[in-house]
Design a protein around this ligand. Structure first.
Ligand code: HEC
Length: 281
């Protein structure tokens, strides 16, 4: 349910932003072979297991300059996300892997935002388990207790960047999986050129648009049942992305990504490829 509200309402979308738009897409020459990784299935970390080891003892007090859910600064007792990832997924976190792996945060109500592993490792994320605004002897204020426990993912980033990170609460599990698995139906299996375009789509469009139903639903689906390439001219798509309000004065695509010529060409190649790889009806 949370997802629906999340994707339909712009303010909420901004409040729970998923993917960093600053993530750079890779050059068109990137080949499928370079994406092969030995991690072929999801690796799962159940956060309930954290209680049993001494990780919680390594907890620290943190101050989050802008807590996206609270809309203000907040203080928590928390453990470093990077430490937890290194302890549990250590073998997979080398620089070569970070690019091709995705973290998914599974919440107890089924909400499950994802983010590139690399983005998570580059920022200071924390698994908060106690708010300093709780009544004595409690981990959370009464109004949050049920939804926020056991963990709430927070980021020590400036206010203007906060919306580029996921802020899931009621977090119970973290999954690490290859891009191809995390975005299965939108992933251009076996096509080198389309892969570069997929990277552009993932970094710049996916949080609002979907391909084969994978992605956000604030903007339109791009591939199913009809591909955007079947009813929009290439030049118009390019012009629209560059300046949506020049097409519709009230366009809600207010946060529009800037694409280089090369990125747009790659994106178009990807959309053409996916046109021939639609979901089965
Ligand atoms: C922040 C959310 C957001 C992002 C990111 C975004 N869009 Fe959009 N887009 C929208 C919304 C909302 C619309 C709905 C149409 C409108 O309000 O004009 C839209 C509409 C469109 C349309 C018109 C579709 C139609 O059939 O009317 C195209 C084409 C489009 N977007 C392309 C892109 C591309 C390509 C990217 C990535 C490079 C992208 N958008 C990124 C939100 C977004």
């Amino acid at each position: 349910m949370r997802n629906k509200i999340f994707f339909y309402a712009l303010p909420l979308l901004l409040a729970v932003g998923l993917w960093s738009c600053s993530e750079n897409a890779s050059p068109a020459s990137r080949q499928e072979s370079e994406r092969q990784d030995s991690l072929s299935a999801a690796t799962i970390l159940d956060l309930s297991s954290l209680r049993e080891d001494d990780e919680l003892l390594a907890a620290i007090d943190i101050r989050i300059p802008y807590d996206l859910m609270a809309g203000a600064a907040r203080e928590y007792r928390a453990i470093s996300l990077e430490k937890v990832l290194r302890n549990h997924f250590g073998a997979w976190l080398g620089p070569a892997m970070a690019d091709s792996l995705v973290l998914s945060f599974i919440c107890k109500d089924g909400y499950a935002p994802s983010m590139p592993l690399k983005q998570a490792l580059e920022a200071d994320g924390y698994l908060a388990f106690k708010s300093h605004q709780s009544p004595v002897g409690q981990n959370w204020p009464d109004s949050l207790a049920e939804a926020y426990s056991p963990f709430y993912l927070v980021w020590e980033v400036p206010r203007e960047e906060a919306a580029h990170y996921p802020w899931p609460y009621g977090l119970v599990q973290i999954r690490l999986q290859p891009v191809a698995l995390a975005y299965a139906d939108a992933y251009p299996k076996g096509s080198g050129p389309a892969l570069a375009g997929f990277d552009v789509f993932r970094a710049k469009c996916l949080k609002c648009h979907s391909v084969n139903k994978v992605g956000g639903n604030m903007g339109q689906e791009f591939n199913y049942p009809k591909s955007l390439t079947e009813y929009w001219e290439k030049g118009d798509v390019k012009a629209f992305v560059n300046d949506p309000q020049s097409f519709r004065y009230n366009s809600e695509m207010t946060e529009h990504p800037k694409l280089t010529e090369e990125q747009f060409e790659a994106l178009w190649d990807y959309l053409l490829y996916m046109k021939d790889h639609k979901l089965e009806r």
